[in-house]
Write a protein that binds this ligand. Structure first.
Ligand SMILES: Nc1ncnc2c1ncn2[C@@H]1O[C@H](COP(=O)(O)OP(=O)(O)O)[C@@H](O)[C@H]1O
Ligand SMILES: Nc1ccn([C@@H]2O[C@H](COP(=O)(O)OP(=O)(O)O)[C@@H](O)[C@H]2O)c(=O)n1
Length: 220
C-alpha cells in the first residue's frame, strides 16, 4: 500500500494534534485539524454576537464561512489568520456547543472528506474513525488522564500567552468531554477497530514511535 488515511480521535488535550502533526511531518502526509474547523464556526458566531445556543442563528452563518488550512498549521477564516484567536477558552466551549448541530457537522464533514480524498492524510478530532473516515486504514483512540490533560493544556496556554487557571481548565475539559461523549450526533467514542493509546505516562517521542510502528505495519 502506498499512502494510507489515519484517523486520531480522543478527548480534549490528549495530544492528538501534536502527534498528528509530528507523524504527518515524518510521513510527508497532509494534516487536517478538524477541531479547528468547529472552533472557526464558534469564533465566527462569537464575533458576530450570535449566541452559541442559538442553533438557527449559528447555522445561518455557515454560508458566510470559508475555512482554509495553510501549511504550518495556519488556520484561515475568510482570508484572516485566526490560528491563535480560536484557541481561547470561550471559543473551545463554543465549539463544543455548535458541534452538536447537525447542519454544522454536515457542513464541515463534507469538507473534511473532500480534503481527505486520495489518502496520505492524517485527521484528528472526535468522529474521524466513526463518521468522517470509517474506512481509514489506521484508527487511533488517544487518551490520557484528566489531570495530565489539564496540566498539559494549562502549560500550553501559558506558553501561548493565554490566561489560564489549572482548576478552571480541568473543569472546562471535563465538561467538554462530557458534552462531546453524550451528544446525539456523532458522539466521541472509540471506533470498534481503533487502537487505544494512553499517553499519560508517555513522552511525545514515545507516542510518535508507537504510531509510526502501527503505520509501518499497515504499509506492510
Ligand atoms: N505525550 C505527551 N507528553 C507531554 N506533553 C504532551 C504529550 N502529548 C501532548 N502533549 C502536550 O499537551 C498539549 C495538548 O496537546 P494537543 O496536541 O493540543 O491535544 P489535542 O489535540 O488532543 O487537544 C500540547 O501542549 C502538547 O505539546
Ligand atoms: N471532529 C471533531 C473535532 C472537534 N469537535 C468539537 O470541537 C471542539 C474543539 O475540538 P479540538 O480538537 O480543537 O479541541 P481540543 O482537543 O484541542 O481541546 C471539541 O470539544 C468538539 O466539541 C467535534 O465535534 N468533532
Amino acid at each position: 500500500m502506498d499512502k494510507i488515511s489515519i484517523a486520531i480521535d480522543g478527548p480534549a488535550a490528549a495530544g492528538k494534534s501534536t502527534i498528528a502533526k509530528m507523524v504527518a511531518n515524518n510521513l510527508n502526509y497532509t494534516y487536517i485539524d478538524t477541531g479547528a474547523m468547529y472552533r472557526c464556526v464558534a469564533y465566527y458566531a462569537f464575533i458576530h454576537q450570535v449566541d452559541f445556543h442559538d442553533e438557527e442563528g449559528v447555522c445561518n452563518l455557515l454560508k458566510d464561512i470559508k475555512i482554509n488550512m495553510l501549511p504550518g498549521g495556519i488556520i484561515m477564516l475568510n482570508n484572516q489568520d485566526v490560528s491563535m484567536a480560536i484557541r481561547e477558552n470561550e471559543v473551545s466551549m463554543g465549539a463544543s456547543i455548535v458541534s452538536g448541530y447537525s447542519r454544522v457537522r454536515s457542513f464541515l464533514v463534507s469538507q473534511q472528506r473532500d480534503m481527505a480524498k486520495g489518502g496520505g492524510v492524517i485527521l484528528d478530532g472526535r468522529d474521524i474513525g466513526t463518521v468522517v473516515l470509517p474506512d481509514a486504514e489506521l484508527k487511533i483512540y488517544q487518551v490520557a488522564s484528566i489531570e495530565c490533560r489539564a496540566i498539559r493544556r494549562h502549560k500550553e496556554n501559558l506558553e501561548r500567552g493565554i490566561d489560564s487557571d489549572l482548576e478552571e481548565i480541568k473543569k472546562e475539559i471535563a465538561e467538554r468531554d462530557h458534552a462531546d461523549m453524550t451528544r446525539e450526533i456523532s458522539p466521541l467514542k472509540k471506533a470498534d477497530d481503533a487502537i487505544e493509546i494512553d499517553t499519560s505516562d508517555m513522552s511525545l517521542d514515545e507516542v510518535v514511535a508507537t504510531v509510526m510502528d502501527l503505520v509501518s505495519q499497515k504499509l506492510g
